[in-house]
Design a protein around this ligand. Structure first.
Ligand code: NAP
Length: 495
């Protein structure tokens, strides 16, 4: 069996790539389990070196990777180049995390014979969970692809990876995997599997050697794999990062102070990369006033200026058309948009409804993945409407400083990230980043898939009680040989 790659700009065939069989998954899983136990792979300095070598190999392959990825995704040259570099830096940033060794979160409670009951010596740290299955998304072929954040954070944690490449860009997956293997992530440390049937992904989640799953993609896919993992004889955690409408709130004061610049920013956030971002603002709450109406018209005008842009594949274009068929009867159409004449293109669309209608038809708040925005006008029912939203990755607030706290207070219960005076589309890779949120944005609201704390997903805590010094890992030994920050008797110290 083969996977065919298409250029979504013209719908022409680009080439065929080998599809993996269930036996390949079994072989990869047993190699990953063996590599997990390999003392060389357990060594932090070795893994940091491998992560940096992977970044170098991807940069070296850039001249091949960029045009291949552009052709398979239809994403613009600058976006592809920027995303590749971001992916390399992400691998290097995780190498720095491994070097710093703070991610083990060492905690020591020294013996306290005077406590009731008397307490022994208890020391706790995080250790790698085991081989991880990674499912990459179609819309970030590098950053959320087979060498993306899930892979980088798993390897940094000490967990070998089996990555299921997204069938929308099989050539990119194969070339990225070759770079990683050439960098030394071979022998079960990293394996690519490819396939177009659910059977391959299901076999991966079922493999008894797999201890956790990192997934980026649709709610349907993420939920199916989450349920599947829960039905295993030994259930495992599934960190599924899924879709979201990332609501935007705009107040009358904000419109008075900068309607034009908010409209400019919103039009770019909705239509950039053909709106194919999990962080695209999909619903915008605007005041039911003259200023609100002019703002909505201004954004719709800006979107009208953009013609059809390529969607990532035929399935996503068709799914968007089907989704709009469900939405259109219940809203007012400002700009119809829709499929273009060439390739798998789609022109931006804009719709309007009321905040009350959103509350009455919660399905209107489901994601439209593509260049589509729905405005909802509110009167005195903004807070009630925000409280009706289900879990989201992010929300943006355009409001005066004295209005923002009340809005943020309601939204923070429903989102993973609050953006003030901007839009949710850009997600920086840094220590403080949170990219996640309550279900259905993710299946693990306590975690993030972007930023350095993403490593926590692939670690699990172990406590050593009254252990002899020789049995303690260096991070927990007396004298702190690694020189890391540790919580000792409740106080953060490097002593
Ligand atoms: P998708 O269709 O869900 O596919 C993701 C991966 O999962 C693919 O490898 C797919 O393989 C596999 N898969 C899906 N359903 C499966 C099932 N039932 N059993 C086994 N494997 C399955 O994702 P997509 O096409 O990239 O969809 C875009 C969605 O991703 C949007 O909703 C977007 O918001 C979301 N997204 C979220 C984030 C985030 O960070 N939260 C980032 C990017 C994108 P097959 O195609 O072979 O089934």
């Amino acid at each position: 069996m083969a996977i065919t790659a298409f250029d979504p700009r013209s719908a022409t065939e680009l080439g065929s790539y080998a599809e993996s069989a269930p036996e390949d998954v079994r072989r990869a899983a047993s190699a990953a389990r063996a590599r997990f136990a390999d003392p060389a792979f357990r060594d932090d300095a070795t893994r940091a070196r491998l992560l940096r070598a992977a970044a170098r190999a991807l940069r070296d392959a850039g001249d091949e990777l960029r045009p291949l990825c552009e052709a398979e995704t239809g994403l613009p040259e600058a976006r592809v180049a920027g995303e590749l570099e971001r992916t390399c830096r992400q691998l290097e940033a995780f190498a720095d995390v491994v070097d710093a060794a703070e991610h083990v979160e060492a905690i020591i409670d020294l013996p306290d014979p005077s406590s009731t009951p008397p307490r022994g010596d208890i020391r706790r740290m995080l250790i790698p969970i085991g081989p991880v299955a990674v499912f990459g998304a179609s819309n970030f072929p590098f950053a959320f692809g087979v060498a993306g954040g899930d892979t980088a954070s798993s390897l940094a944690a000490g967990c070998p990876v089996i990555a299921k490449g997204h069938p929308s860009h099989p050539g990119t997956n194969e070339r990225v995997a070759r770079a990683l293997l050439e960098a030394g992530l071979d022998g079960g440390a990293f394996t690519l599997i490819q396939g177009t049937s659910n059977e391959i992904g299901e076999a991966l989640v079922d493999a008894p050697e797999i201890e956790a799953v990192g997934f980026t993609g649709s709610l349907r896919g993420g939920r199916a794999l989450y349920d599947r993992a829960a039905q295993r004889e030994k259930p495992i955690p599934v960190y599924a990062e899924m879709g979201s409408v990332n609501p935007v709130v705009v107040t009358e004061t904000a419109l008075r102070e900068g309607a034009e610049s908010i409209a400019d920013g919103l039009a770019v956030a909705v239509s950039g990369a053909a709106g194919q971002l999990c962080t695209k603002p999909g619903i915008v709450l605007v005041p039911d006033t003259e200023a609100g109406a002019s703002f909505v018209a201004a954004v719709a005008d800006r979107l009208a200026g953009g013609g059809p842009q390529p969607m990532l594949n035929e399935r996503l274009r068709d799914s968007l058309s089907e989704r709009l068929d469900e939405v259109v009867p219940h809203v007012e159409t400002l700009r119809a948009g829709g499929p273009g004449d060439t390739g798998y293109t789609f022109a931006p669309a804009a719709f309007r409804t009321t905040a009350r209608a959103l509350r009455e038809r919660p399905d209107l708040t489901d994601e439209c993945f593509g260049p589509v925005v729905l405005f909802a006008s509110y009167a005195d029912d903004l807070e009630e409407t925000l409280a009706s939203f289900h879990g989201q990755l992010a929300a943006s607030i355009h409001a005066a400083p004295d209005e923002a706290p009340a809005i943020a207070e309601i939204l923070r219960e429903r989102v993973g990230r609050l953006v003030f005076g901007g839009f949710s589309t850009g997600v920086a890779v840094c220590h403080a980043m949170q990219h996640g949120g309550p279900y259905p944005a993710t299946t693990a609201p306590w975690s993030t898939s972007v930023g350095m704390t993403a490593i926590r997903r692939f670690l699990r805590p172990v406590a050593w009680q009254d252990a002899p010094a020789q049995a303690l890992p260096p991070a927990l030994r007396d004298g702190n040989p690694l020189g890391i920050w540790r919580l000792v008797n409740g106080e953060l110290t490097r002593d």
